[in-house]
Design a protein around this ligand. Structure first.
Ligand code: NAI
Length: 247
């Protein structure tokens, strides 16, 4: 028996990286999945693996920064599965550059995807969760939202915003049986971090007490905990998954 048998989960940015690992972990524990990403055909790989685990997968094309698309994605999920028990706001982007070179577009794109996207999905899914008096929201933040980083004003502000959003939602929805928590990953090996220079990677490795970069599965395991009843007395919290980089 899986910990999430009979539960319905919606994961954004599920086509690859951390989002794919989260979807597969939740499926392995018994959840059926609404898989959301910019293009539905990018989700074929994740969907194939979810169905390979014996779970149902619904692929939904959605830009998380567009309110109408988000509302439609939530409605499609509720129509296909009946409800949403677990929402994982994982979709995120970077547009790194130093403050003085950062364009308004760099700022808006990152804030719209990372922060506004989480707000829109939370708002759209909250109605059903409140009605059924059950729900777990897990937002994927970043340690950069806690400690900041040169070259990432937009990204750090978006992730700090995600953390604050998580806490306000947790306070607002607790009495309705809905929990909201965040994970703050450190350096996780995905396409997003593959773009960094070898020199920067070496420097970061020296700052990680556990002596290795994280894997998407390391994050997925913690998301699984926060999504499941194992964390039923945990809300409004930020769990760092960073090999001890931030304590
Ligand atoms: P990734 O770039 O491999 O995957 C991100 C996914 O989000 C992609 O499938 C992409 O198509 C999707 N996406 C991007 N914009 C979207 C939009 N507007 N609407 C719908 N989908 C969209 O990234 P990765 O590394 O898997 O990151 C996932 C999350 O984890 C992000 O929120 C990121 O900020 C966060 N994170 C990643 C860390 C890392 O070291 N890789 C560290 C800390 C946080």
């Amino acid at each position: 028996m899986g910990q999430l048998d009979g539960r319905i989960a919606l994961v954004t940015g599920a086509a690859r990286g951390i989002g794919q690992a989260i979807a597969l972990k939740l499926a392995a524990e018994g959840a059926d999945l609404a898989l959301c990403d910019l293009q539905a055909d990018w989700l074929a790989e994740t969907a194939g693996k979810v169905t390979g685990l014996g779970r149902r997968a619904e692929c939904i094309a959605v830009d998380v920064s567009k309110a109408a698309e988000v509302q439609a994605a939530v409605e499609k999920t509720e129509k296909a599965f009946g409800c949403i028990d677990i929402l994982v706001n994982n979709a995120g982007i970077t547009r790194d550059t130093f403050l003085v070179r950062m364009s308004e577009e760099d700022w808006d794109q990152v804030l719209d995807t990372n922060l506004k996207g989480a707000f829109l999905f939370t708002k759209a899914a909250a109605r059903g969760m409140m009605k059924q008096r059950r729900g777990a929201i897990v937002n994927v933040a970043s340690i950069i939202g806690l400690i900041g980083n040169a070259g990432q004003c937009n990204y750090s502000a978006s992730k700090a915003g995600v953390i604050a959003l998580t806490k306000s939602v947790a306070r607002e929805l607790a009495s309705r049986g809905v929990r909201a928590n965040a994970v703050a990953p450190g350096f996780i090996q995905t396409r997003m971090t593959d773009q960094l220079s070898d020199e920067l990677k070496k420097k970061m490795l020296e700052a990680i007490p556990l002596g290795r970069f994280g894997l998407p599965e390391d994050v997925a395991n913690v998301v699984m905990f926060l999504a499941s009843d194992a964390s039923s007395y945990v809300t409004g919290q930020v769990l760092t998954v960073c090999g001890g980089m931030v304590m």
